[in-house]
Design a protein around this ligand. Structure first.
Ligand code: ADP
Length: 410
């Protein structure tokens, strides 16, 4: 799929740049011709200015004989044919290279015939108010046409190399462009498989119990037990779906949380109070002595969830008689929340993975304790959404420390 995407991107890159190249070349050629034609016209008009005063009128007809005798050796870059015509269009004189002996009617034009292609400038000559003849300058456009052909053939010669170069560049760049898409697609695919797998377990449990209830016509305690299993599995599915929705909300770039000024100390103390009984029932000491005043701008529900997830993990992965310590402090622009435990710890190789969705060090342990493997992904997404970050330090068998850094409210 991505290979074909890469080739498709390369193909369109080459097609589009070829179109741009062709349009630019055609425009360049047009501009080049316009420029050359205007240079030719300038030369012709300059020559007209030079010739006009030199034209003598003899017996009612224009004459350049005198000028021809003394004419400099044509100081012009381009060599035109100079012609004089009488009022009937008969050629009287011709100087310079041999031209076309026809008096052309309009003042300035381009004439193309089988054996010539010229730029012509014809001007009427007067004696007083009386028309006495015409001055006509003709300049071959051979040079302009040759230059244009050369321009086109150079562009044509470059073209295959350009397409090859563009193809290679396009292939390299589209590979680079497709890589993040490929990576995201891989993540999405893995996520879908994991989510499907997580949901398939409670679904199978519900299905098996419901079918058993239908066939076996159980009654009393057995039926109650099956119903309880169904309810637990449904709850697990509901929680999983809720977690997934929260995660996608937190990771959405258009996130619109209702952020407000928060007294973080109050939130931390309230969360600790909520968890107090649970810790007590597991004979774990919850230490909140070092919770100091701190305030941030944030979404209260999300921040409560972040604290709750970290406390839940500390509770889940700490054995009886362990200690969980919560610390909070504001140092300048940063608020630091630390939740450390003396629990089972995390193996070093798992540390870079624990924030991944559905990652668990010990799948069965996490699942039996109600973990979905999304707790830390959600915590990190919340920290990210608040422009903060979350770090972990852990030693297997000794305990773990999770530290959340958030921008302080100034
Ligand atoms: P879970 O729902 O499985 O707890 P989390 O995303 O919250 O999912 O955590 C991912 C994994 O990281 C857990 O399965 C567990 O293996 C490990 N973990 C998280 N917190 C702790 C902790 N305080 N002590 C030891 N291991 C932890």
């Amino acid at each position: 799929m991505f290979k074909s995407l890469r080739w498709r991107l390369t193909f369109w890159f080459v097609v589009l740049t070829t179109i741009v190249y062709t349009i630019s070349a055609a425009f360049g050629m047009w501009l080049f011709r316009v420029e050359m034609t205007s240079v030719i016209d300038e030369e012709l008009y300059a020559l007209v200015d030079e010739l006009r005063p030199a034209i003598a009128i003899k017996k009612g007809k224009p004459n350049l004989q005198e000028w021809a005798k003394t004419a400099p050796l044509v100081p012009f870059k381009l060599l035109p044919t100079i012609q004089l015509y009488d009022t009937n269009g008969n050629l009287l004189e011709e100087h310079g290279p041999s031209g076309v002996s026809i008096l052309f009617s309009s003042a300035k034009q381009e004439i193309k015939a089988e054996d010539y292609h010229i730029r012509v400038l014809s001007l009427p000559l007067h004696e007083g108010k009386k028309l006495v003849g015409y001055l006509q300058l003709e300049l071959s456009l051979r040079n302009r046409e040759r230059a244009t052909t050369q321009f086109v053939s150079t562009m044509g010669l470059i073209f295959p190399f350009l397409v090859l170069g563009l193809g290679i560049a396009g292939y390299v760049f589209s590979g680079k462009a497709a890589r993040p898409v490929e990576k995201s697609f891989g993540i999405l695919q893995r996520f879908m498989t994991d989510a499907g797998h997580e949901l398939s377990t409670p679904i199978s449990i519900i299905q098996a119990n419901a079918e058993a209830m239908e066939i076996e016509h159980e009654s009393g305690q057995a039926r109650e037990n099956r119903l309880a299993v169904i309810v637990r599995s449904t709850e697990r599915m509901a929680n999983l779906v809720k977690d997934l929705m929260l995660l996608s909300k937190m990771e959405s770039p258009q996130l619109t949380t209702n952020k407000m000024s928060l007294d973080l100390e109050k939130l931390v103390r309230a969360a600790a109070e909520e968890f107090e009984e649970l810790f007590k029932s597991k004979s774990i000491t919850l230490n909140i002595e070092k919770v100091r005043p701190a305030s941030i701008i944030g979404d209260p529900d999300a921040i409560r969830r972040l604290i709750g997830n970290l406390l839940h993990n500390a509770l889940r992965y700490t054995e009886a008689s362990g200690v969980v310590t919560v610390e909070l402090e504001q140092a300048g622009r940063v608020v630091k929340l630390t939740i450390s435990d003396t629990g089972i710890g995390i193996p070093a190789e798992s540390l870079p993975l624990i924030f991944d969705r559905f990652y668990r060090v010990d799948k069965s342990r996490s699942r039996t304790q109600g973990g979905s493997g999304l707790g830390l992904s959600i915590a990190r997404a919340i920290a990210d959404a608040h422009k903060g970050r979350i770090e972990v330090q852990s030693q297997l068998g000794k305990g773990s420390t999770f530290t959340v850094f958030l921008p302080a409210r100034m």
